[in-house]
Design a protein around this ligand. Structure first.
Ligand SMILES: [Zn+2]
Ligand SMILES: [Zn+2]
Length: 223
């Protein structure tokens, strides 16, 4: 399925990205979407954010959500998601949820705090129109970083250095694809643990033969 990293702490539950398949994935695993307090978005490509209209429609019409939901992401997040929702469900974008729906901008090179989270973002080298970021989230003394989509840069390497868990894009194994982090770049990133994700068919075919842990749908990790 597309990108959706669900993180549970003692204090809250959030996801990093929410691709088009995410609500289906949560339902398949009996995870209540109403239990998610926040969604953090790396960028505005559909495989990272297009599940949100489904999440919001379900929250209003299906799950009858009452608790607040925060959606944090690039500057254009609210407008983009509103347009996306109206495209997918014409006539729905004026719908007023009964719960508090809060939008936050994740400003590059800054720390955004809400609830029990500290979220840091840096610019990623990916399709500029998608307003791409790499994210680093600290909660309860643990830090998770996710590269999102984007080429290797020294700034990315510094940003993720030493985190408790790095979730790294590893798009292509042997033919580096511009605008993405590829397998040959992974050795240049240092973290306590690394999990590879966002793999193309060539990477997936080799996933069982690599030294690194490769993500699969439903993989659970405790840090
Ligand atoms: Zn992308
Ligand atoms: Zn992507």
């Amino acid at each position: 399925m597309q990108t959706c990293i669900l993180v549970s702490t003692a204090a809250m539950r959030f996801t990093i990205d929410f691709g088009a398949t995410s609500l289906v994935g949560l339902r398949q695993r009996n995870i209540d979407p109403n239990s998610i307090d926040a969604v953090l978005l790396t960028h505005l490509h559909g495989d990272h954010c297009a599940g949100i209209p489904f999440l919001l429609l379900d929250a209003v019409l299906g799950s009858r959500r009452e608790r607040p939901l925060t959606i944090a992401g690039p500057r254009s997040t609210q407008r983009h998601l509103n347009d996306l929702q109206e495209s997918l469900f014409p006539g729905s974008s004026g719908m007023k949820p009964a719960f508090a729906l809060n939008f936050r901008e994740l400003v590059h090179d800054a720390c955004t705090t809400f609830d029990s989270l500290e979220v840091r973002a840096i610019a990623a080298r990916h399709t500029p129109q998608a307003e791409p970021s790499a994210l680093k989230v600290t909660s309860a003394g643990k830090t998770i970083a996710y590269t999102g989509d984007g080429e290797y840069t020294d700034a990315l390497s510094e940003f993720v250095h030493g985190v408790d868990l790095l979730i790294a894009e590893s798009y292509s194994y042997d033919k580096p694809i511009p605008g993405h982090l590829n397998y040959e770049d992974i050795d240049r990133l240092q973290a306590k643990r690394i999990v590879l994700t966002h793999m193309n068919a060539g990477m997936l075919a080799r996933a069982d033969t690599l030294a690194q842990v490769c993500a699969y749908d439903g993989l659970e990790i405790e840090i």
